[in-house]
Design a protein around this ligand. Structure first.
Ligand code: CUA
Length: 316
């Protein structure tokens, strides 16, 4: 840290647009607050007790003034709402083709894994200029993934996935913080994001990568847990096939249709009776307590890798 600065340097595509919104709101609030205090002070002095000023009450009304003070704030608030809503929608919509990184938070560390398999703790190496999408969950309490230089923050919750995306615009190291009080060592639950040139990143990723890819590890687990016994190509049990499912709509037995995303797959493994696929009976056992958050993310990576695979011929 060199010296004091009010805000971290802007290092993501979001940073300057969020700063503009923030500064605009600060300036507007300041103008209103200063205006109120100036009028308050002037009136207090001018109309103090004993001063000889005109105190006849104002009677009558002025429609133009009433319209002006009603419509002007309305338009300003509406403008800010639309501006912020556009930024919000952008922040909640990761572009297709983003680099996926899995994040598991626990008291008091960040465990990260690249889809190629490489794991990191409290550090995240990323390539410059490429959108990155984090799928995050917690093993215990609520944490919050916060990168001030990127102007992004997202709560990380136990029992479900939250998502965060950004695109770095400058190489360098940026602090990662936990922004939700999560226990004794909350303040020490920090790390760093290292943004590298794409070529450098590729070297980094291949050099330290001794682990199989997340999808390969997931496939291994898919067999060892016995999932393939029902969902595999040669299974005799009547279970939904998983090829071509991820990212596509799934019709459920209660008439709902959902998109098979990470949360849907997670729930199907842990709470199999929650979203039963139309045409199937809820005979699958829950795997709650048998799989860790890391296992789940690998299983999901495997099912995701089947997203574009052709369904086997004897579907349903
Ligand atoms: Cu984790 Cu605060």
């Amino acid at each position: 840290m060199s010296g004091f600065h009010l805000l971290e340097p802007r290092a993501s595509t979001f940073a300057s647009s969020y700063d503009w919104l923030f500064f605009t709101m600060v300036v507007m609030c300041s103008v209103v607050a200063i205006g109120v205090f100036v009028v308050l002070t002037v009136f207090s002095i001018r109309y103090r007790r004993g001063a000889s000023v005109d105190r006849t009450p104002f009677s009558g009304s002025s429609h133009p003034i009433e319209y002006a003070w009603t419509i002007t704030p309305f338009l300003i608030f509406l403008g800010i709402f639309v501006w912020a809503a556009i930024l919000y929608a952008e922040a909640k919509t990761p572009p297709p083709g983003a680099l996926d990184v899995s994040v598991v938070a626990k008291q008091w560390m960040w465990k990260l894994q690249h889809s190629e398999g490489r794991r990191e703790i409290n550090e995240l190496h990323l390539p410059l200029g490429r959108p990155v999408r984090l799928v995050m969950t917690s093993e215990d309490v609520i944490h919050s993934f916060y990168v001030p230089a990127f102007r992004v923050k997202q709560d990380v919750l136990p029992g479900r996935y939250t998502e965060l995306w950004f695109q770095a615009t400058r190489t360098g190291e940026y602090p990662l913080e936990c922004a939700e009080y999560c226990g004794t060592d909350h303040a020490r639950m920090t790390g760093r994001i290292i943004v590298m040139q794409p070529a450098q990143y590729a070297t980094w990723l291949s050099r330290g990568n001794l682990a199989p890819s997340m999808a390969a590890a997931g496939e291994e687990r898919f067999r060892s847990l016995g999932c393939s016994g029902c969902h595999g190509a040669n299974a005799s049990v009547h279970a939904p096939k998983l090829e071509g499912v991820f990212g596509h709509p799934v019709h459920l037995s209660d008439g709902r249709t959902v998109i098979a995303d990470e949360s849907y797959i997670r729930d199907s493994i842990l709470l199999p009776t929650k979203d039963v696929v139309a045409g199937f009976v809820p005979i699958m056992p829950s795997f709650q307590g048998q799989v860790s958050e890391g296992d789940l993310l690998e299983l999901i990576a495997y099912i995701k890798s089947l997203a574009n695979a052709a369904p086997p011929p004897r579907q349903r």
